[in-house]
Design a protein around this ligand. Sequence first.
Ligand code: ZN
Ligand code: ZN
Length: 155
Amino acid sequence: MRIRAQCRECGLPFNDTITPETGELHCPGCGALFSVSAEGWSDEPPPRVDVCPLCDCRHLYRQRDFNRALGCLLVAIGAALVPWTYGLSLIVLSLVDVVLYYRLSEAVVCYRCDTVYRDARPGPRQKAFDLLKHDVLKYGKSWSEPDETLTDTPE
Ligand SMILES: [Zn+2]
Ligand SMILES: [Zn+2]
């Protein structure tokens, strides 16, 4: 299953592939480790995700476009580069936005950790994005404390 996750430690979005044997993921940016559950999702066709393997959240939504957090990040990068590129960066990154939007088919996204399950097909319970639900799930709860022993850089 191809996924697009966002690191909880450094905020870096990254692409990866998980299998039931994956066990854990390393952030390519800071090396932080995240455990990947083998339960609650399946790679068997049609691929599905009922429980987020990265954060155990049962609330997921379908999304035709790509990761919203990534979209916001692209725009933020574009905006940050404006003084050096005379606004060109904003235009270029908006175009990247649009291209990504039309290239991707429907995927399943976790409300809580924003992980996109690119190969998963949405189930009947997995409806379109609901902002209220998102806010409750995302800001109404805090992340569980990361295990200090697992945050060392692998190198
Ligand atoms: Zn990271
Ligand atoms: Zn999640």
